[in-house]
Ligand binder design. Structure first.
Ligand code: SF4
Ligand code: SF4
Length: 432
Protein backbone atom coordinates (compact mmCIF):
# COMPACT_ATOMS: atom_id res chain seq x y z
CA UNK A 1 0.00 0.00 0.00
CA UNK A 2 1.34 3.42 -0.92
CA UNK A 3 1.63 5.86 1.97
CA UNK A 4 2.11 9.63 2.07
CA UNK A 5 3.58 10.55 5.43
CA UNK A 6 5.80 13.64 5.71
CA UNK A 7 9.34 13.44 7.09
CA UNK A 8 8.10 15.33 10.14
CA UNK A 9 5.38 12.75 10.78
CA UNK A 10 7.86 9.90 10.35
CA UNK A 11 10.08 11.44 13.03
CA UNK A 12 7.51 10.07 15.50
CA UNK A 13 8.68 6.48 16.09
CA UNK A 14 5.10 5.22 16.51
CA UNK A 15 4.10 6.67 13.13
CA UNK A 16 7.30 5.30 11.55
CA UNK A 17 6.44 1.80 12.78
CA UNK A 18 2.85 2.05 11.56
CA UNK A 19 3.96 3.33 8.17
CA UNK A 20 6.13 0.23 7.66
CA UNK A 21 3.17 -1.99 8.62
CA UNK A 22 0.77 -0.15 6.28
CA UNK A 23 3.15 -0.48 3.33
CA UNK A 24 3.00 -4.26 3.60
CA UNK A 25 -0.76 -4.45 3.02
CA UNK A 26 -1.62 -5.26 -0.60
CA UNK A 27 -5.42 -4.79 -0.19
CA UNK A 28 -6.08 -8.42 -1.14
CA UNK A 29 -8.86 -8.79 1.44
CA UNK A 30 -8.06 -12.42 2.36
CA UNK A 31 -8.23 -11.33 6.01
CA UNK A 32 -11.91 -10.35 5.78
CA UNK A 33 -13.08 -13.98 5.54
CA UNK A 34 -11.62 -14.89 8.93
CA UNK A 35 -12.44 -11.66 10.78
CA UNK A 36 -15.18 -12.33 13.37
CA UNK A 37 -16.62 -8.80 13.18
CA UNK A 38 -16.78 -8.82 9.38
CA UNK A 39 -18.33 -12.30 9.45
CA UNK A 40 -20.90 -11.06 12.00
CA UNK A 41 -21.63 -7.54 10.71
CA UNK A 42 -20.77 -7.78 7.00
CA UNK A 43 -19.46 -4.21 6.88
CA UNK A 44 -16.08 -3.60 5.18
CA UNK A 45 -15.26 -0.98 7.83
CA UNK A 46 -15.54 -3.74 10.43
CA UNK A 47 -12.97 -5.86 8.60
CA UNK A 48 -9.18 -5.71 9.00
CA UNK A 49 -8.76 -4.13 5.56
CA UNK A 50 -11.40 -1.50 6.31
CA UNK A 51 -9.81 -0.67 9.67
CA UNK A 52 -6.38 -0.45 8.05
CA UNK A 53 -7.76 2.19 5.63
CA UNK A 54 -9.36 4.11 8.49
CA UNK A 55 -6.13 4.09 10.52
CA UNK A 56 -4.03 5.08 7.50
CA UNK A 57 -6.32 7.99 6.72
CA UNK A 58 -6.37 9.19 10.33
CA UNK A 59 -2.60 8.96 10.82
CA UNK A 60 -1.59 10.30 7.40
CA UNK A 61 -3.77 13.37 7.81
CA UNK A 62 -2.60 13.85 11.39
CA UNK A 63 -6.25 13.99 12.43
CA UNK A 64 -7.67 13.41 15.89
CA UNK A 65 -9.86 10.30 16.02
CA UNK A 66 -13.53 10.89 15.26
CA UNK A 67 -16.67 9.00 16.29
CA UNK A 68 -16.72 6.86 13.12
CA UNK A 69 -13.13 5.66 13.45
CA UNK A 70 -13.64 4.98 17.16
CA UNK A 71 -16.78 2.92 16.47
CA UNK A 72 -14.99 0.57 14.06
CA UNK A 73 -11.73 0.33 16.03
CA UNK A 74 -13.66 -0.35 19.25
CA UNK A 75 -15.48 -3.18 17.50
CA UNK A 76 -12.16 -4.91 16.72
CA UNK A 77 -11.60 -7.80 19.14
CA UNK A 78 -7.79 -7.73 18.72
CA UNK A 79 -8.25 -11.46 18.16
CA UNK A 80 -5.48 -11.34 15.49
CA UNK A 81 -7.15 -13.92 13.23
CA UNK A 82 -6.23 -11.47 10.45
CA UNK A 83 -2.52 -11.83 11.19
CA UNK A 84 -2.77 -15.61 10.83
CA UNK A 85 -4.57 -15.28 7.49
CA UNK A 86 -2.61 -12.40 5.92
CA UNK A 87 -0.23 -13.66 3.21
CA UNK A 88 1.80 -10.42 3.31
CA UNK A 89 2.68 -10.60 7.02
CA UNK A 90 0.91 -7.37 7.98
CA UNK A 91 1.58 -6.76 11.69
CA UNK A 92 -1.98 -5.72 12.45
CA UNK A 93 -1.48 -6.08 16.23
CA UNK A 94 0.99 -3.22 16.50
CA UNK A 95 -1.04 -1.10 14.07
CA UNK A 96 -4.27 -1.39 16.07
CA UNK A 97 -2.33 -0.86 19.32
CA UNK A 98 -1.06 2.43 17.89
CA UNK A 99 -4.56 3.39 16.69
CA UNK A 100 -5.93 2.78 20.19
CA UNK A 101 -3.22 4.97 21.73
CA UNK A 102 -4.04 7.70 19.21
CA UNK A 103 -7.75 7.46 20.07
CA UNK A 104 -7.01 7.68 23.77
CA UNK A 105 -4.86 10.78 23.22
CA UNK A 106 -7.12 12.65 20.78
CA UNK A 107 -10.74 11.62 21.34
CA UNK A 108 -13.08 12.49 24.22
CA UNK A 109 -15.52 9.63 24.63
CA UNK A 110 -19.17 10.15 25.66
CA UNK A 111 -19.65 10.29 29.43
CA UNK A 112 -20.99 6.74 30.08
CA UNK A 113 -18.40 5.11 27.83
CA UNK A 114 -15.64 7.05 29.61
CA UNK A 115 -17.01 6.08 33.00
CA UNK A 116 -17.25 2.37 32.09
CA UNK A 117 -13.69 2.29 30.79
CA UNK A 118 -12.38 4.17 33.84
CA UNK A 119 -14.11 1.70 36.15
CA UNK A 120 -12.68 -1.29 34.25
CA UNK A 121 -9.15 0.15 34.25
CA UNK A 122 -9.37 0.96 37.96
CA UNK A 123 -10.78 -2.40 39.06
CA UNK A 124 -9.83 -5.35 36.84
CA UNK A 125 -6.02 -5.20 37.13
CA UNK A 126 -6.16 -5.25 40.96
CA UNK A 127 -7.21 -8.60 42.51
CA UNK A 128 -8.36 -7.03 45.82
CA UNK A 129 -10.61 -4.48 44.11
CA UNK A 130 -11.83 -7.07 41.61
CA UNK A 131 -12.85 -9.46 44.40
CA UNK A 132 -14.80 -6.68 46.14
CA UNK A 133 -16.48 -5.70 42.85
CA UNK A 134 -17.57 -9.30 42.24
CA UNK A 135 -19.06 -9.50 45.74
CA UNK A 136 -20.99 -6.30 45.04
CA UNK A 137 -22.07 -7.73 41.67
CA UNK A 138 -23.82 -10.59 43.49
CA UNK A 139 -26.11 -7.99 45.10
CA UNK A 140 -26.64 -6.14 41.82
CA UNK A 141 -27.41 -9.23 39.72
CA UNK A 142 -31.24 -8.82 39.86
CA UNK A 143 -30.83 -5.43 38.14
CA UNK A 144 -28.81 -6.76 35.17
CA UNK A 145 -31.86 -6.91 32.85
CA UNK A 146 -32.90 -3.37 33.79
CA UNK A 147 -29.41 -1.96 33.13
CA UNK A 148 -29.23 -3.67 29.74
CA UNK A 149 -32.40 -1.90 28.61
CA UNK A 150 -30.67 1.50 28.84
CA UNK A 151 -27.98 1.45 26.10
CA UNK A 152 -25.27 3.48 27.89
CA UNK A 153 -25.59 1.22 30.96
CA UNK A 154 -25.56 -2.03 28.95
CA UNK A 155 -21.90 -2.76 29.83
CA UNK A 156 -22.74 -2.72 33.54
CA UNK A 157 -25.53 -5.24 32.88
CA UNK A 158 -23.05 -7.38 30.93
CA UNK A 159 -20.63 -7.23 33.86
CA UNK A 160 -23.32 -8.50 36.24
CA UNK A 161 -24.17 -11.35 33.84
CA UNK A 162 -20.53 -12.43 33.69
CA UNK A 163 -19.89 -12.28 37.44
CA UNK A 164 -19.83 -15.77 38.99
CA UNK A 165 -22.58 -16.65 41.46
CA UNK A 166 -20.06 -17.87 44.01
CA UNK A 167 -16.43 -16.86 44.38
CA UNK A 168 -13.79 -19.46 45.24
CA UNK A 169 -11.68 -18.89 48.34
CA UNK A 170 -8.29 -17.25 47.67
CA UNK A 171 -5.61 -19.91 47.19
CA UNK A 172 -2.10 -20.08 48.67
CA UNK A 173 -0.81 -20.47 45.12
CA UNK A 174 -1.56 -16.75 44.59
CA UNK A 175 0.78 -15.78 47.46
CA UNK A 176 4.43 -14.94 46.80
CA UNK A 177 6.81 -17.75 47.70
CA UNK A 178 8.79 -20.71 46.43
CA UNK A 179 7.33 -24.14 45.71
CA UNK A 180 10.24 -26.61 45.71
CA UNK A 181 10.50 -29.44 43.20
CA UNK A 182 9.61 -32.92 44.39
CA UNK A 183 12.70 -35.08 43.92
CA UNK A 184 15.73 -33.98 41.88
CA UNK A 185 15.34 -30.49 40.44
CA UNK A 186 15.31 -30.29 36.63
CA UNK A 187 14.33 -26.66 36.26
CA UNK A 188 13.33 -23.40 37.94
CA UNK A 189 10.55 -21.14 36.69
CA UNK A 190 8.55 -18.11 37.80
CA UNK A 191 4.77 -18.22 37.52
CA UNK A 192 2.70 -15.15 36.68
CA UNK A 193 0.08 -14.83 39.42
CA UNK A 194 -2.14 -12.62 37.29
CA UNK A 195 -5.00 -10.32 38.31
CA UNK A 196 -8.49 -11.59 37.38
CA UNK A 197 -7.60 -15.29 37.12
CA UNK A 198 -6.54 -15.88 40.76
CA UNK A 199 -9.84 -14.34 41.87
CA UNK A 200 -12.06 -16.25 39.42
CA UNK A 201 -10.21 -19.59 39.21
CA UNK A 202 -7.29 -19.93 41.65
CA UNK A 203 -7.27 -23.69 40.90
CA UNK A 204 -5.55 -23.02 37.54
CA UNK A 205 -2.27 -21.82 39.05
CA UNK A 206 -2.63 -24.32 41.91
CA UNK A 207 -2.81 -27.17 39.35
CA UNK A 208 0.16 -25.71 37.44
CA UNK A 209 2.30 -25.55 40.58
CA UNK A 210 1.33 -29.09 41.64
CA UNK A 211 2.08 -30.51 38.19
CA UNK A 212 5.37 -28.69 37.65
CA UNK A 213 6.77 -29.43 41.12
CA UNK A 214 5.86 -33.14 40.71
CA UNK A 215 7.74 -33.06 37.41
CA UNK A 216 10.85 -31.76 39.19
CA UNK A 217 10.49 -28.04 38.45
CA UNK A 218 10.84 -25.45 41.21
CA UNK A 219 8.15 -22.78 40.88
CA UNK A 220 8.55 -19.32 42.33
CA UNK A 221 5.78 -16.72 42.63
CA UNK A 222 7.82 -13.52 43.00
CA UNK A 223 6.91 -10.73 45.42
CA UNK A 224 5.86 -7.41 43.87
CA UNK A 225 4.47 -8.64 40.56
CA UNK A 226 1.44 -6.79 39.15
CA UNK A 227 -1.13 -7.32 36.36
CA UNK A 228 0.68 -7.79 33.02
CA UNK A 229 -0.95 -4.61 31.69
CA UNK A 230 -2.85 -6.33 28.91
CA UNK A 231 -6.30 -5.01 29.88
CA UNK A 232 -5.27 -1.35 29.85
CA UNK A 233 -2.94 -1.86 26.85
CA UNK A 234 -5.96 -2.91 24.78
CA UNK A 235 -7.79 0.23 25.92
CA UNK A 236 -4.96 2.38 24.53
CA UNK A 237 -3.85 3.41 28.04
CA UNK A 238 -0.20 3.04 27.23
CA UNK A 239 1.31 4.86 30.22
CA UNK A 240 -0.53 2.54 32.64
CA UNK A 241 0.40 -0.55 30.58
CA UNK A 242 4.08 0.41 30.37
CA UNK A 243 4.24 1.14 34.10
CA UNK A 244 2.97 -2.40 34.78
CA UNK A 245 5.41 -3.87 32.26
CA UNK A 246 8.41 -2.07 33.82
CA UNK A 247 7.42 -3.20 37.29
CA UNK A 248 7.17 -6.84 36.21
CA UNK A 249 10.44 -6.67 34.26
CA UNK A 250 12.18 -5.47 37.46
CA UNK A 251 10.59 -8.22 39.55
CA UNK A 252 11.54 -11.03 37.14
CA UNK A 253 15.07 -9.73 36.57
CA UNK A 254 15.59 -9.68 40.36
CA UNK A 255 14.42 -13.28 40.42
CA UNK A 256 16.86 -14.21 37.64
CA UNK A 257 19.70 -12.66 39.69
CA UNK A 258 18.56 -14.50 42.81
CA UNK A 259 18.24 -18.06 41.51
CA UNK A 260 18.10 -18.10 37.70
CA UNK A 261 14.95 -18.77 35.66
CA UNK A 262 14.42 -21.19 32.79
CA UNK A 263 11.07 -19.63 31.93
CA UNK A 264 8.33 -17.29 33.07
CA UNK A 265 5.22 -19.47 33.03
CA UNK A 266 1.92 -17.89 32.05
CA UNK A 267 -1.40 -19.70 32.38
CA UNK A 268 -3.59 -17.10 30.66
CA UNK A 269 -2.77 -16.82 26.96
CA UNK A 270 -4.03 -13.23 26.82
CA UNK A 271 -1.34 -12.25 29.33
CA UNK A 272 1.23 -14.39 27.48
CA UNK A 273 0.71 -12.48 24.23
CA UNK A 274 1.32 -9.18 26.02
CA UNK A 275 4.37 -10.30 28.03
CA UNK A 276 5.93 -11.74 24.86
CA UNK A 277 5.44 -8.24 23.43
CA UNK A 278 7.12 -6.35 26.35
CA UNK A 279 10.30 -6.12 24.26
CA UNK A 280 8.38 -4.23 21.56
CA UNK A 281 6.27 -2.18 23.97
CA UNK A 282 9.36 -0.90 25.80
CA UNK A 283 11.62 -0.59 22.72
CA UNK A 284 11.75 3.21 22.99
CA UNK A 285 12.74 3.17 26.67
CA UNK A 286 16.52 2.94 26.67
CA UNK A 287 16.65 1.90 30.32
CA UNK A 288 14.24 -1.00 29.77
CA UNK A 289 14.41 -2.08 26.12
CA UNK A 290 17.09 -4.77 26.63
CA UNK A 291 15.67 -5.99 29.94
CA UNK A 292 12.16 -6.23 28.51
CA UNK A 293 13.38 -8.18 25.47
CA UNK A 294 15.09 -10.64 27.85
CA UNK A 295 11.85 -11.11 29.80
CA UNK A 296 9.83 -11.58 26.60
CA UNK A 297 12.24 -14.29 25.46
CA UNK A 298 11.69 -16.17 28.74
CA UNK A 299 7.87 -15.93 28.65
CA UNK A 300 6.21 -19.29 27.92
CA UNK A 301 2.65 -20.50 27.96
CA UNK A 302 2.40 -23.37 30.43
CA UNK A 303 1.65 -25.86 27.61
CA UNK A 304 4.63 -24.60 25.62
CA UNK A 305 6.88 -25.34 28.60
CA UNK A 306 5.25 -28.70 29.43
CA UNK A 307 5.81 -29.81 25.83
CA UNK A 308 9.57 -29.63 26.50
CA UNK A 309 9.34 -32.02 29.47
CA UNK A 310 8.51 -35.13 27.42
CA UNK A 311 5.54 -36.37 29.47
CA UNK A 312 4.71 -40.09 29.17
CA UNK A 313 1.63 -41.43 27.34
CA UNK A 314 -1.19 -42.18 29.81
CA UNK A 315 -3.97 -44.76 29.51
CA UNK A 316 -7.20 -43.75 27.79
CA UNK A 317 -9.63 -41.99 30.15
CA UNK A 318 -12.79 -42.46 28.08
CA UNK A 319 -13.44 -38.71 28.07
CA UNK A 320 -13.85 -36.54 24.98
CA UNK A 321 -12.52 -33.00 25.22
CA UNK A 322 -13.46 -30.19 22.82
CA UNK A 323 -10.34 -28.05 22.65
CA UNK A 324 -11.10 -24.36 22.27
CA UNK A 325 -7.98 -22.54 21.12
CA UNK A 326 -8.05 -19.00 22.53
CA UNK A 327 -7.25 -16.33 19.93
CA UNK A 328 -4.31 -15.13 22.01
CA UNK A 329 -3.01 -18.73 21.98
CA UNK A 330 -3.45 -19.59 18.28
CA UNK A 331 -3.17 -16.16 16.63
CA UNK A 332 -1.29 -14.13 19.25
CA UNK A 333 1.32 -16.73 20.22
CA UNK A 334 0.90 -19.17 17.31
CA UNK A 335 0.65 -22.09 19.75
CA UNK A 336 -1.66 -24.57 18.04
CA UNK A 337 -0.45 -28.14 18.54
CA UNK A 338 1.15 -28.31 22.01
CA UNK A 339 -2.07 -28.15 24.11
CA UNK A 340 -3.83 -30.81 21.98
CA UNK A 341 -0.79 -33.10 21.87
CA UNK A 342 -0.47 -32.88 25.65
CA UNK A 343 -4.17 -33.66 26.17
CA UNK A 344 -3.95 -36.68 23.84
CA UNK A 345 -0.83 -37.94 25.64
CA UNK A 346 -2.72 -37.51 28.91
CA UNK A 347 -5.33 -40.01 27.66
CA UNK A 348 -8.13 -37.73 26.46
CA UNK A 349 -9.88 -37.91 23.08
CA UNK A 350 -9.52 -34.42 21.60
CA UNK A 351 -11.99 -32.82 19.18
CA UNK A 352 -11.51 -29.62 17.16
CA UNK A 353 -14.78 -27.64 16.92
CA UNK A 354 -15.64 -26.15 13.51
CA UNK A 355 -14.66 -22.49 12.93
CA UNK A 356 -11.94 -22.83 15.55
CA UNK A 357 -10.26 -19.69 14.18
CA UNK A 358 -13.21 -17.48 15.22
CA UNK A 359 -13.15 -15.67 18.57
CA UNK A 360 -15.62 -16.63 21.34
CA UNK A 361 -16.31 -12.93 21.94
CA UNK A 362 -14.47 -12.65 25.25
CA UNK A 363 -11.37 -10.65 24.18
CA UNK A 364 -10.38 -8.96 27.44
CA UNK A 365 -13.09 -6.41 28.25
CA UNK A 366 -14.84 -6.80 24.87
CA UNK A 367 -17.71 -8.86 26.29
CA UNK A 368 -18.44 -5.96 28.64
CA UNK A 369 -17.89 -3.07 26.21
CA UNK A 370 -19.46 -4.70 23.12
CA UNK A 371 -22.01 -7.11 24.62
CA UNK A 372 -24.14 -7.46 21.48
CA UNK A 373 -21.41 -8.64 19.08
CA UNK A 374 -19.79 -10.63 21.87
CA UNK A 375 -23.10 -12.43 22.56
CA UNK A 376 -23.47 -13.41 18.89
CA UNK A 377 -19.91 -14.78 18.78
CA UNK A 378 -20.46 -16.70 22.01
CA UNK A 379 -23.62 -18.36 20.67
CA UNK A 380 -21.79 -19.35 17.47
CA UNK A 381 -18.82 -20.72 19.42
CA UNK A 382 -20.97 -22.71 21.84
CA UNK A 383 -22.99 -24.21 18.95
CA UNK A 384 -19.79 -25.40 17.26
CA UNK A 385 -18.37 -26.79 20.49
CA UNK A 386 -21.57 -28.62 21.44
CA UNK A 387 -21.74 -30.15 17.94
CA UNK A 388 -18.62 -32.19 18.79
CA UNK A 389 -20.59 -33.81 21.67
CA UNK A 390 -17.79 -33.47 24.20
CA UNK A 391 -17.78 -34.49 27.86
CA UNK A 392 -15.78 -31.39 28.65
CA UNK A 393 -14.17 -28.33 27.12
CA UNK A 394 -10.54 -27.34 27.58
CA UNK A 395 -8.91 -24.02 26.84
CA UNK A 396 -5.93 -21.95 27.96
CA UNK A 397 -7.38 -18.55 28.79
CA UNK A 398 -9.50 -17.40 31.73
CA UNK A 399 -11.43 -14.92 29.57
CA UNK A 400 -12.65 -17.71 27.28
CA UNK A 401 -13.49 -19.92 30.28
CA UNK A 402 -15.69 -17.19 31.79
CA UNK A 403 -17.32 -16.34 28.47
CA UNK A 404 -18.08 -19.89 27.26
CA UNK A 405 -19.22 -21.06 30.72
CA UNK A 406 -22.11 -18.58 30.57
CA UNK A 407 -23.35 -20.20 27.34
CA UNK A 408 -23.24 -23.95 28.01
CA UNK A 409 -23.77 -26.57 30.70
CA UNK A 410 -20.71 -28.57 29.55
CA UNK A 411 -17.90 -28.22 32.12
CA UNK A 412 -15.04 -26.02 30.91
CA UNK A 413 -11.56 -26.25 32.37
CA UNK A 414 -8.09 -24.95 31.80
CA UNK A 415 -5.94 -27.48 29.89
CA UNK A 416 -3.47 -27.62 32.78
CA UNK A 417 -6.16 -28.75 35.25
CA UNK A 418 -6.75 -31.83 33.08
CA UNK A 419 -3.02 -32.47 32.71
CA UNK A 420 -2.46 -32.18 36.47
CA UNK A 421 -5.25 -34.73 37.06
CA UNK A 422 -3.90 -37.12 34.40
CA UNK A 423 -0.40 -37.02 35.87
CA UNK A 424 -1.23 -37.77 39.50
CA UNK A 425 -3.01 -34.62 40.70
CA UNK A 426 -6.49 -34.19 42.11
CA UNK A 427 -9.63 -34.52 40.00
CA UNK A 428 -10.93 -31.03 39.11
CA UNK A 429 -13.81 -30.13 41.44
CA UNK A 430 -16.10 -29.28 38.52
CA UNK A 431 -15.92 -32.95 37.37
CA UNK A 432 -16.64 -34.46 40.77
S1 SF4 B 1 -8.06 -8.47 15.18
FE1 SF4 B 1 -9.81 -9.84 14.85
S2 SF4 B 1 -11.62 -8.50 14.92
FE2 SF4 B 1 -9.82 -7.17 14.66
S3 SF4 B 1 -9.64 -6.88 12.45
FE3 SF4 B 1 -8.32 -8.64 12.96
S4 SF4 B 1 -9.61 -10.44 12.69
FE4 SF4 B 1 -11.00 -8.65 12.76
S1 SF4 C 1 -4.83 -10.11 4.05
FE1 SF4 C 1 -3.09 -8.79 4.65
S2 SF4 C 1 -2.45 -7.80 2.74
FE2 SF4 C 1 -4.51 -8.62 2.35
S3 SF4 C 1 -5.90 -6.90 2.86
FE3 SF4 C 1 -5.70 -8.14 4.72
S4 SF4 C 1 -4.03 -7.15 5.85
FE4 SF4 C 1 -3.89 -6.38 3.73
Amino acid sequence: MQTNFTAEQLADPHVATSEKILRKCVHCGFCTATCPTYVTLGNELDSPRGRIYLIKDMLENGRPADAEVVTHIDRCLSCLACTTTCPSGVDYMHLIDHARMHIEETYRRPFWNRLTRNVLAAVLPYPGRFRLALKAAALGRPFAGLLKRFKPLEPFGAMLDLAPRRLPKPSDSAKPGTHPATGPRRGRVAILSGCAQPVLKPEINAATIRLLTRLGVEVVAPEGEVCCGSLVHHMGREAQALEAARRNVDVWLDEIERGGLDAIIITASGCGTTIKDYGFMLRLDLAYAGKAARVSALAKDVTEYLATLDLPQQEARGLTVAYHSACSMQHGQKITLAPKTLLKKAGFVVRDPAEGHLCCGSAGTYNILQPEISGKLKARKVKNIEATKPDLIATGNIGCITQIATGTQIPILHTVELLDWAYGGTKPAVLS
